[in-house]
Design a protein around this ligand. Structure first.
Ligand SMILES: [Zn+2]
Length: 147
């Protein structure tokens, strides 16, 4: 997984970090840390410059990891808006092959009704869609394949 390079191994739960310090200990850039701060990482309120508790950094990554693991579970697709994996509305998904080895599952979020997408290779299709009704879209109508 791409994000494995950001490790919380060196984060001390009882330490306080500024943006730069957090970036260093996580092996990230300060702008990545600011991105995380806008996306769920909590800093101590009302303090400038920003101070982040080590425990909050660890909790943030634990939560993210848990969400990622859930997302790969069968029959669910991660909804970007709701930020949790969902069983598609009606238990239905479309599978759209994008090449002979790749494709994308498309379902509708039962909560916010947005389209949810999950990359899925044909070999993993059966496992990824366990319990769902899958309709496979063919490329014939929309694509012209060049030889
Ligand atoms: Zn949703």
């Amino acid at each position: 997984m791409a994000n494995r390079r950001h490790t919380t191994r060196h984060v001390k739960g009882r330490r306080l970090y500024d943006v730069r310090g957090a970036a260093k200990v996580l092996g990230a850039t300060p702008s990545t840390v600011r991105h995380w701060l806008r996306n769920g990482l909590t800093a101590l309120p009302g303090i400038k410059p920003i101070v982040i508790r080590g425990v909050d950094i660890i909790a943030f990554f634990k939560k993210r990891d848990a969400q990622r693991k859930q997302a790969s579970g069968p029959g669910r697709i991660y909804c970007i808006k709701c930020r949790v994996p969902k069983t598609p509305a009606g238990g239905m998904v479309d599978y759209k092959p994008t090449s002979s080895k790749r494709g994308v599952l498309i379902g509708i979020c039962p909560t916010c009704e947005r389209l949810m997408y999950r990359a899925c290779s044909p070999v993993k299709l059966e496992a990824a869609t366990r319990g769902l009704a899958v309709s496979i879209q063919t490329a014939e109508s929309s694509l012209v394949e060049t030889p």
